[in-house]
Ligand binder design. Structure first.
Ligand SMILES: NC(=O)c1ccc[n+]([C@@H]2O[C@H](COP(=O)([O-])OP(=O)(O)OC[C@H]3O[C@@H](n4cnc5c(N)ncnc54)[C@H](O)[C@@H]3O)[C@@H](O)[C@H]2O)c1
Length: 255
């Protein structure tokens, strides 16, 4: 392993670590030597992942500030520091009707608020609580999960898109504000990735075809292909990358 991707002695929190990209990323951080906290609203899922890869499972609903504060406090209590936060938790297309994905005129106010509370406010408040601890420890790295929706017009999920657009803007301002304290903040904008979030949709060949026609590589991505980028951005190999909004989308946004 490249020394700059060695996480020995580092403490990493991954939100949304019970499934999909977060679970794979948590496994990669652990395999590269990190102490990993797997935070998810699905505690059983996070525990199953922690049992498999090693690490500490925590029940965290990112829509609740108290949970995020407790998550960071637990990192400090157990390990005395926090080096990396991967703000990955999110709700998307095949989540419950509570998070209805639709155009703005068909999005109930409750769904809009619930989606923003998780996908944007959860990221903002995760940063709010993590940044001071990272800075006290001499620095750190935050990787935020936005989406292709934040940088290209993808119709039919307007609350999701607005929230992810907010994550992009938030990343830039935090990178600027906290760079002087040696905390880097970067953001991934993934295209369609074969995880449980869009798993049901991908079973429909018409949906898959509608996605892949936009993608020069001609296929949806794998969780590993995003997780690898998240781990890179969090690592010392990316020590001069700050405030970047990085598409991981097979070329969709290049068109
Ligand atoms: N799959 C895609 O096509 C795709 C594309 C672009 C961006 N993304 C983003 O990638 C991130 C990871 O998604 P994924 O594809 O791995 O999906 P996933 O559904 O497999 O995983 C999402 C995880 O987030 C957790 N979660 C949901 N609400 C939560 C809450 N309130 N508090 C804590 N945890 C919560 C879920 O329990 C789950 O474990 C999300 O932010 C998603 O918006 C996904």
């Amino acid at each position: 392993m490249n020394a700059t991707q060695d996480f020995s002695g580092k403490v990493v929190i991954v939100t949304g670590a019970a499934s999909g990209q977060g679970r794979v990323a948590a496994g990669m951080f652990a395999a590269r030597g990190a102490q990993v906290i797997l935070a998810d609203v699905d505690l059983a899922g996070a525990q199953a992942a922690a049992d498999e890869i090693g690490g500490l499972a925590l029940e965290v609903d990112v829509a609740r500030e108290a949970d995020l504060a407790a998550m960071v406090a637990e990192a400090e209590r157990r390990f005395g520091r926090l080096d990396v936060l991967f703000n990955n938790a999110g709700v998307g297309f095949s989540a419950s009707p509570r998070y209805k994905m639709a155009g703005i005129t068909e999005t109930p106010l409750e769904a809009f608020d619930a989606i923003v509370a998780i996908n944007l406010r959860g990221v903002a408040l995760g940063c709010k609580h993590a940044l001071p601890l990272m800075a006290r420890g001499g620095g750190g790295a935050i990787v935020n999960s936005a989406s292709i929706n934040a940088i290209a017009a993808v119709p039919g999920a307007d609350a999701y898109t607005a929230a992810k657009g907010g994550v992009v803007s938030l990343t830039r301002v935090l990178a600027s504000d906290w760079g002087p304290r040696n905390v880097r903040v970067n953001c991934i904008c993934a295209g369609p990735i074969a995880t449980p979030m869009i798993g049901e949709l991908l079973e429909d060949p018409e949906f898959e075809a509608s996605m892949t026609t936009n993608i020069p590589l001609g296929r949806v991505g794998r969780a590993e292909e995003v997780a690898e980028v998240a781990v890179f951005l969090a690592s010392d190999a990316a020590s001069y990358i700050n405030g970047v909004i990085l598409p991981v989308d097979g070329g969709w946004s290049a068109r």
